[in-house]
Write a new protein. Structure first.
Length: 94
């Protein structure tokens, strides 16, 4: 199963959870939050292209931003596989 497939299935699991007569109150909330956190984490594992957000006049390089949290870095530093602020997977391919 891919991350995208899991992201599609988890909201359905949450709906099934709402119809379960045995899971109520705090227990329901705990399971529901776990599903939400799982979806958020899986979405960050799907590579996204960085955004060009500016130009550094001193180093004469582009400044890129994370597509998820907008953390910025200069292209001359390095091209991280993941955003160091939020963990979003970054796709540097052309």
């Amino acid at each position: 199963m891919t991350n995208k497939e899991a992201i599609e299935i988890l909201p359905v699991a949450k709906l099934v959870l709402t119809e379960s007569p045995n899971i109520v109150g705090a227990e329901f909330k705990r399971y529901s939050e776990a599903i939400d956190i799982s979806i958020e984490a899986l979405e960050k594992r799907i590579h996204k292209k960085p955004k060009v957000v500016g130009f550094n006049e001193i180093s004469r390089t582009l400044v890129y931003g994370c597509p998820n949290c907008n953390e910025n870095w200069d292209e001359n530093l390095f091209e991280p596989d993941f955003c160091w602020e939020c963990g979003q997977a970054i796709d540097w391919s052309e």
